[in-house]
Design a protein around this ligand. Structure first.
Ligand SMILES: Cc1cc2nc3c(=O)[nH]c(=O)nc-3n(C[C@H](O)[C@H](O)[C@H](O)COP(=O)(O)OP(=O)(O)OC[C@H]3O[C@@H](n4cnc5c(N)ncnc54)[C@H](O)[C@@H]3O)c2cc1C
Length: 448
């Protein structure tokens, strides 16, 4: 199977990027997408309008030769700008100077990747084609055309399921023997709102930050767009005192925002109309094991849907593509059973680790950004990083490195315990730069 014929199901972010990787290899690639072609029809790219891209995403784009093309579309966010309930503002840097996560348009990213892949003569996209069945013995996918209802089949050497959190490829895999699967919903959902651009197309609040209005049990965030607007997302429980079920009428919505987010709504002239117009969506975590069966393999949300709080879902999916591509390289594109086994071996634990980290990060963003102990530990981390450059906080391991997620989870947790213990011993900032304190950190790093 030197030049396999490949079927990709789903032309979202991950399917489109993976088709770029495979296109360069000269493989024959057919990509089937349930929706219409978003380059021709003005449809929402689904989910969030913009996303935070971090190191793992950039590393994958670079390997696919797309980084330079995407960089001008990305807005760096160097820090969190925290809008506290009492009206004060705190700025918390994400990493070292110049380290940033980048806000980028989901739709533009998706369209460009499709365009690049489709420029190769060996790649074809088919739209309005919903996958309805997978034959694992014949490596055959069946599609229904959502306009004509016509049924077509695609038989190939390999099938890659990149059809998102509610993947039909995965659904078919769930029927196979010894396939583990879990799907867990948060009690919180989300709704998107907007700060439109200012009169001259400028951003109405400072551009290079991810803005957070943390409140007890819920939060509003904002990411900048190139057109001067900000996409806002409110994360809140479906039920309870502060909840979507309790915000139905204009008066309820207005009273809630005036009480909780007065500094945001002064820039949001249409928030009540946006509230009614935009859906309230749920948030699920999906874990699976294994990620392949015969010659059918999952990438992206189809294998590991994670809640969005760490800004890692797309990044993790892009990393899947890069790592699978590395494994194809290492095997000279031969022996696909071995390639898929190695991919599975190297990714499943990481998909599960980022799923757990993402759920936890919700609490970090929502509650810890106002918690004195958390803020003190962050200060301490800064001092440690100044003296020991190889020390990476868990957030940096996840967002600014390509260290395996499973390692970032285990090592990061151990580091947090070590830092907490040191802070109990040395609560005064004046002691933090002492040789004995930094020595303990170095000892920890040497042992880990
Ligand atoms: C509110 C929110 C904010 C987020 N923010 C971030 C962020 O800041 N950073 C980050 O890294 N990630 C973020 N994510 C996660 C990110 O959106 C996903 O991880 C990413 O979209 C996964 O890409 P994918 O291609 O695997 O799936 P999707 O983007 O869901 O694409 C799947 C594609 O498959 C198609 N499809 C589905 N079923 C079928 C079928 N049966 N047949 C054919 N085609 C089908 C769909 O139409 C779609 O085009 C966020 C998610 C949410 C919900």
């Amino acid at each position: 199977m030197k030049n396999p014929k490949i079927t990709i199901v789903g032309a979202g972010l991950v399917g489109s990027l993976f088709s770029c990787f495979l296109a360069r290899r000269g493989y024959t690639v057919d990509v089937f997408e349930r929706r219409q072609d978003m380059r021709k029809v003005n449809i929402s790219a689904g989910k969030s309008i913009n996303l935070a891209m971090s190191t793992r995403g950039w590393t994958a784009l670079e390997k696919a030769g797309l980084r330079e093309m995407m960089e001008p579309m990305a807005i760096p966010m160097y820090s969190r700008m925290i809008h506290q309930a009492d009206g004060t503002i705190d700025i918390q840097a994400y990493g070292k100077e110049k380290e940033a996560i980048y806000s980028i348009s989901r739709g533009d990213l998706n369209k460009i990747m499709m365009q690049v892949a489709e420029e190769e003569p060996n790649v074809n996209f088919h739209f309005n084609k919903k996958c309805v069945d997978i034959d694992f013995e014949k490596t055959k996918a069946t599609f229904e055309d959502l306009e004509t209802k016509e049924i077509t089949e695609s038989e190939s050497d390999l099938i890659f399921g990149t059809d998102g959190a509610f993947s039909s490829v995965r659904y078919e895999m769930q029927k196979t023997d010894r396939f583990s699967f879990s799907q867990t919903y948060l009690k919180h959902g989300y709704k998107e709102l907007e700060i439109p651009a200012g009169a001259n197309g400028e951003h109405r609040i400072p551009t290079n930050h991810l803005h957070i209005w943390p409140r007890e049990g819920f939060m509003l965030i904002a990411l900048p767009n190139l057109d001067g607007s900000f996409t806002m997302t409110l994360f809140m429980a479906f039920e309870g005192k502060y909840s979507f079920e309790n915000l139905k009428t204009d008066a309820e919505i207005k009273a809630f925002f005036e009480e909780q987010f007065p500094t945001a709504i002064e820039h949001m002239p249409d928030y009540i109309a946006d509230w009614h117009k935009n859906p309230t969506s749920s948030l699920a975590t999906v874990k699976t094991d294994p990620w392949f069966h015969n010659k059918v393999c999952l990438l992206g949300d189809a294998a590991h849907a994670v809640v969005p709080f760490y800004g890692q879902g797309m990044n993790a999916g892009f990393e899947d593509c890069r790592i699978l591509d590395d494994i194809i390289d290492a095997n000279n594109g031969e022996n696909w059973t071995k390639i898929l086994e190695e991919y599975n071996e190297s990714r499943v634990a990481d998909g599960q680790a980022i799923a757990d980290l993402a759920v936890r990060h919700f609490v970090n963003m929502r509650d810890d950004t106002q918690d004195d102990n958390f803020l003190k530990r962050k200060q301490f981390e800064k001092v440690v990083m100044k003296h020991i450059p190889e020390f990476l906080p868990q957030y940096s391991m996840v967002s600014f490195s390509n260290i395996r997620y499973s390692e970032a989870l285990a090592k990061g947790d151990a580091q947090i315990v070590m830092l907490k213990n040191l802070l109990e011993k040395y609560p005064n900032e004046a002691d933090w730069e002492k040789a004995e304190v930094l020595g303990e950190v170095r000892n920890f790093l040497a042992k880990y």
